[in-house]
Design a binder for this molecule. Structure first.
Ligand SMILES: [Zn+2]
Length: 191
């Protein structure tokens, strides 16, 4: 549908509830998408032929303006793992709802999260809290990168669990941002 010109923006895909199946769709509808490798791990597997080790790359993509994706890829070579992870991240892309959820700020601009959101992955829980303008992202490096890629400028974070496990922590942060779209607020019912 993208090739046929029926869909011309990434917003249309999500407002119509369509699923992205091709990386090319993301590339053509979101130009200037940036990517960052968040983590590379070594995965070892016991096979008949002996021990087999592969690299697992966790890759983040985002346009710093409300679109974010996180994905992973496994391969024998780091470069291939990153390539696969990048493709996976693009297919996982979704819109992040931003806003000014801070009662101390009320500027109405999209600089923070619109309300408190929570995300989980394994034993890790991440909570994102609206912050007044100018506070910045108060978080560790990984969360800072993820929130920045989503286009959030101000945010407080709280986390529980083994937050040093980068993949789980990143996934929990990602899930928290995902839930900005699942939650409806009274403002949305009337608007
Ligand atoms: Zn504000």
């Amino acid at each position: 549908m993208v090739l046929e010109g029926k869909i011309t923006s990434i917003d249309e895909i999500f407002s119509q509830g369509l699923k992205i199946r091709e990386v090319e769709v993301v590339d053509s509808l979101i130009p200037g998408l940036q990517q960052e490798v968040l983590h590379i791990g070594l995965v070892q597997k016991q096979t008949d032929a002996g021990e087999k080790s592969r690299f697992k790359a966790l890759v983040l993509v985002g346009n710093s303006d409300g679109y974010l994706g996180l994905g992973s890829g496994k391969a024998k070579q780091v470069r291939n793992a990153i390539e696969k992870g990048t493709a996976d991240a693009k297919l996982n892309i979704f819109p992040v709802r931003r806003g000014c959820g801070s009662w101390e700020c009320r500027c109405g601009e999209n600089h923070s999260v619109p309300f408190v959101v929570t995300g989980k992955c394994g034993s890790v829980t991440v909570e994102l809290l609206p912050t007044p303008k100018g506070v910045g992202i108060v978080a560790g490096e990984v969360a800072k990168t993820i929130l920045g890629f989503a286009g959030i400028k101000d945010c407080w974070t709280r986390s529980l669990g083994s937050t040093r496990t980068i993949p789980s922590f990143a996934m929990a942060t990602f899930n928290a941002l995902k839930s900005t779209y699942r939650i409806m607020t009274p403002k949305d019912w009337t608007g």
